[in-house]
Design a protein around this ligand. Structure first.
Ligand SMILES: Cc1ncc(COP(=O)(O)O)c(C=O)c1O
Length: 387
């Protein structure tokens, strides 16, 4: 495949793009919601065009060839062996989390979640009439000039478990902190959940966006393969290949009883996956990997630019983003009342950390052209230097 031009600036205004419409005609650079400013792989677009030669877009079920493509993908990329029958397709990971919450025990039962975290995981338990129990991740400061990292506080986790605990919502790799849990952490977590009969809903949507050169994503169900019935894994090509608007996501549910309950709860409440989303997903898993490998290189380049600028700007700091294209920037030392608002006034639209449960941070989406990234960073740095 020839070189993909990730420097290309694509004007998304007037296309209904959520990210851009938020700020209308203003010149704010939107660096919030997690989609990318890059055109998806040409191979995916070709597949969709071909599918349109058959001009009926009726109700569609996941083709067997797609399930096989996912089985191959999971084996080759994540060392995960599945039976295609374990797959339940849904039009998004968030609806899948909603269904999982709904099927967890009775109203008022408890759903555990590590905080901070991607905000729908905070919002969905109460929406589904379950009690959310927050377990803060613990921040370990780095030594010898090394960055710090967020880790699971196992004592706090075990203390938070009660007879009413039914589900743990896990985000791995982690949005917004951008770190990857270790195999040991995931194994230990699964063992505890198995003992206490808590189902782990493992949202692994960012699993193919590993930027750390020496790390590999560990799927929760692989970290504790013998206990995999305890886990519902949620994945999707939508972040990896920038297909959020053509979403076909899947749940991997090895346990037949959990799978049936989940599939029954989806029926007539969650819309079926659109035909072209299935097409895009199959094209992505079969033919998108060369594009993806160039994407990762480009994102790594963006990450080093952002780390350098952030860490040399007074009042800001960030740790390594091991995975995702989201920088979790600590702004708590800035001498301003509301850092999100201050940076918005400087012309950069970030995601406020408070949304994810930590007001001391802002989240910046760096999946954009280098030019746009530099422009955003200049605005941030320039505004702070004037303080
Ligand atoms: C951790 C995580 N889960 C789920 C989603 C959204 O998934 P979907 O669009 O498939 O509902 C996102 C999007 O940013 C995310 O970061």
């Amino acid at each position: 495949m020839s070189k993909i031009d990730f420097d290309k600036i694509v004007d998304r205004r007037g296309t209904g793009a959520l990210k851009w419409d938020k700020y209308g005609d203003s010149d704010v650079i939107p660096m919030w919601v997690a989609d990318m400013e890059f055109e998806t792989s040409p191979a995916i677009i070709d597949f969709i065009r071909q599918r349109l030669d058959h001009a009926i877009l009726g109700y569609t079920k996941a083709p067997a060839s797609l399930n096989t493509a996912v089985q191959t993908y999971l084996r080759e990329h994540h060392g995960c062996t599945i039976d295609p029958d374990w797959l339940v397709w849904v039009p998004g990971v968030v609806p899948a989390v909603a269904v999982a919450c709904e099927t967890a025990g009775e109203p008022d039962d408890e759903i555990l979640v590590f905080t901070p975290v991607y905000h729908p995981l905070l919002l969905l338990p109460p929406k589904k009439h379950r009690n959310r129990v927050d377990v803060p991740l613990s921040y370990e400061k780095g030594s010898n000039g090394e960055g710090g990292r967020w880790v699971i506080d196992f004592d706090a986790f075990e203390k938070a478990i009660t007879k009413k605990s039914r589900i743990l919502l896990l985000c791995s790799p982690h949005n917004p902190a951008g770190m990857m849990f270790s195999r040991e952490e995931l194994r230990r977590l699964t063992e505890i959940c198995h003992t206490r009969n808590i189902t782990i809903i493992s949202d692994e949507i960012h699993c193919d966006l590993v930027l750390h050169p020496a790390k590999k994503h560990v799927t929760t169900s692989v970290a504790a393969e013998d206990l995999q019935n305890q886990v519902i894994t949620l994945m999707s090509p939508s972040k990896t290949f920038n297909l959020a608007g053509a979403n076909a996501s899947f749940a991997v549910i090895p346990d037949p009883e959990r799978r049936q309950r989940f599939a029954d709860a989806c029926l007539y409440t969650v819309p079926i996956v659109p035909t072209l989303s299935y097409t895009a997903a199959e094209a992505a898993y079969r033919s998108g990997w060369e594009w993806h490998s160039q994407l990762i290189d480009y994102l790594r380049g963006n990450l080093s630019v952002i780390k350098q600028t952030v860490n040399e700007t007074p009042g800001l700091w960030m740790d390594d983003t091991e995975a995702t294209y989201l920088a979790w920037i600590n702004t708590s030392e800035l001498p301003v009342q509301d850092a999100f608002d201050f940076l918005l006034k400087a012309g950069v639209g970030l995601s406020p950390g408070a949304q994810f449960g930590d007001p001391g941070y802002q989240r910046l989406n760096f999946a954009c052209s280098r030019t746009q990234l530099l422009q955003g960073l200049e605005r941030i740095k320039g505004a702070i230097e004037k303080l």
